[in-house]
Design a protein around this ligand. Structure first.
Ligand code: CUA
Length: 409
């Protein structure tokens, strides 16, 4: 056991091979927790070694010997009893003082300059709102390095729990009160981290994941500016003001300047993502739409198809007035995300198409969430085949919608 203990402890150390360890120095919160842990481990180890050595020595020294005398019977030893009461009490003070200090530090409210993020748990995905920046997004957080961030945690349904092990947490998200959690990501940039739900919340509790990207202040500002924009689709027509056609000559000064084309904001570079934040979940059998069908997906047709489909009842795309839904994740900048289905799948055409085809087969979902949409698919919840009358879509229609949604950078 003594030989196994160092191995066990080494499994808790941070580093790339332990991507979900809490023993990191990425935030003030985790540094504080690690120091507390080390203090307690030190005192625990001292007490353990002292007690065990004393125990083994006593067992050996006073073991029964053949023909030995009857041991002396004693009752009470005031000096000994005082020692083993006072000494642990003093040790507890050494542990309690830093513990209470940490609790006060991280429970007394975030610094005034903290970035505010509202976190809303849903079965089974995370909604993130940045009220100052006017951003609503899902399942992917961007955090600027060096600035405290204050999470205001609530839930739309049952109890969830918010945790990014390498940065800080965890804390419950409940319906009838707002919990707070704050920390300062101050030593890693750029880097990507796994987050997850840590309170059992139903069938897809294990599939309620998210990502956190710690980026430079400039990259955060660029991301935020991009996310705050409305989705612009179809893209603005090419500027004809500089052309030499008869039309522009006869109308040289347009009454209104053309809208600026949408400039997508910063997106965490895919090639810099550590392997442990890239989802590996396979697509279930029968849901893969062939690549040639996906390649033929047309964003303009997809835009029109999307606006006629069931999608608009639950999803919001700012800038597309036909899509005002609020039940599901905001899709305004879906194309700027790396993951899909609360961190379960890669956000690419294949996975997004399979997701639209039969989300409840991609991951167990509740009755109120995304139904199967692929024509002929059996919805695992209703157990009924999807028909055209129910709004079912064929593979090409889905491929078109995928092309539209992934164009929303
Ligand atoms: Cu949400 Cu577990």
């Amino acid at each position: 056991m003594a030989a196994a203990l160092p191995l066990l402890l080494s499994a808790c150390l941070g580093g790339p091979q332990y991507p979900n360890s809490t023993f990191t120095d990425h935030t003030d919160f985790n540094r504080d927790a690690s120091e507390l842990w080390n203090t307690m481990m030190l005192w625990g180890a001292i007490v353990f070694v002292f007690v065990e050595v004393l125990l083994v020595y006593t067992m050996w020294k006073y073991r029964r010997r053949p023909g030995g005398p009857e041991p002396e019977h004693v009752h009470g030893n005031t000096r000994l009893e005082l020692t083993w009461t006072v000494l642990p009490a003093v040790i507890l003070v050494f542990i309690a003082v830093p513990t209470v200090r940490s609790i006060w530090r991280f429970q007394s409210g975030a610094p005034a300059n903290a970035l505010q993020i509202d976190v809303i748990g849903h079965q089974w995905w995370w909604e993130f709102r940045y009220p100052e920046q006017g951003i609503v997004t899902a399942n992917e957080l961007y955090l600027p390095v060096g600035r405290p961030v204050n999470f205001n945690l609530t839930s739309k349904d049952v109890i969830h729990s918010f945790w990014i092990p390498q940065l800080g947490g965890k804390r419950d998200a409940v319906t009838n009160r707002t919990n707070h959690l704050w920390f300062t990501p101050d030593s890693v940039t750029p880097n990507a981290f796994n987050g997850s739900c840590n309170e059992f919340c139903g069938a897809s509790h294990a599939n309620m994941r998210f990502r956190a990207y710690v980026v430079s202040e400039a990259d955060f500002a660029s991301w935020a500016a991009g996310q705050a924009q409305n989705a612009v689709f179809p893209p603005p027509a090419p500027d004809t003001a500089g052309g030499a056609s008869a039309a522009t000559v006869s109308n040289p000064a347009p009454a209104q300047a053309p809208a600026l084309p949408l400039a997508p904001g910063y997106m965490f570079p895919a090639e810099q993502l550590p392997a442990h934040v890239v989802p590996q979940t396979p697509i279930p059998d029968g849901l893969v739409i062939p690549d040639e069908v996906l390649a033929a997906g047309d964003p303009q047709r997809g835009f029109e198809q999307y606006n006629r489909s069931l999608c608009i009842g639950c999803h919001r795309i700012r800038g597309n007035p036909r899509s005002p839904g609020v039940i599901g994740p905001d899709l305004t900048h879906l194309g700027s995300r790396h993951t899909l289905g609360a961190g379960l799948f890669r956000n690419d055409a294949r996975h997004l198409a399979a997701w639209i085809k039969n989300a409840r087969r991609m991951k167990p979902l509740s009755s109120t969430s995304m139904p199967a949409v692929g024509l002929g698919e059996i919805d695992p919840f209703t157990k009924q085949p999807v028909t055209a009358a129910l709004g079912g879509l064929n593979d090409q229609q889905i491929a078109d919608i995928v092309a539209y949604l992934l164009a929303l950078k």
